[in-house]
Design a protein around this ligand. Structure first.
Ligand code: SME
Length: 161
């Protein structure tokens, strides 16, 4: 039986906590979390963190094919649109979008989940996940990434200012 979303979140967050307790390098901890997430969710072919700095998203730790989109202005692409519109975006078919920044021709669907500061709801960044399968993401995936996003919002280095 497939593991429940809660138990997958526990596993990913457990890994994150473990590495955070050993090192001040939060990027290593996030990367370790992404490794576990991809083991648990094999259809997540690319997983990355973007942090909002001013009017631009900057790529942080990611797992998957290298991307040229290391800086994305707010409003551009799916990632920038999520910030501009202030909500998560689930794209079942990226080829149907005009405002899409392609990382790889293999990507068919994408899910962006915002990371918000719990104190004031300010957007700190986002988790971006790509899949080579069409319509790969559903409400469970959003719930899973939201739990991870809530924890990431507490990590010094991600929560700045
Ligand atoms: N596809 C994204 C860009 C980021 S890459 O997928 C890693 C977008 O349209 O914003």
């Amino acid at each position: 039986m497939a593991a429940s979303i809660d138990s997958i979140a526990d596993t990913v967050l457990g890994e994150l906590e473990g590495v955070l307790s050993e090192t001040a390098e939060w990027q290593s901890a996030v990367l370790a979390g992404w490794r576990v997430l991809r083991e648990q969710r094999p259809h997540y072919h690319w997983v990355g963190l973007y942090l909002l700095e001013g009017n631009e998203l900057r790529l942080g730790p990611f797992l998957g094919a290298p991307t040229e989109h290391t800086r994305i202005p707010v409003g551009r692409g799916v990632c920038g649109a999520a910030v501009a519109e202030g909500h998560n975006i689930n794209v079942p078919d990226v080829t149907a979008l005009d405002n899409y920044l392609s990382c790889s021709p293999s990507v068919q669907s994408e899910l962006v989940v915002l990371i918000r500061d719990p104190r004031d709801e300010r957007i700190l960044g986002q988790i971006d996940v790509d899949s080579h399968k069409p319509a790969a993401f559903d409400a469970d995936d959003e719930q899973l990434l939201e739990r991870i996003a809530r924890r990431l919002a507490e990590v010094p280095g991600i929560r700045v200012g």
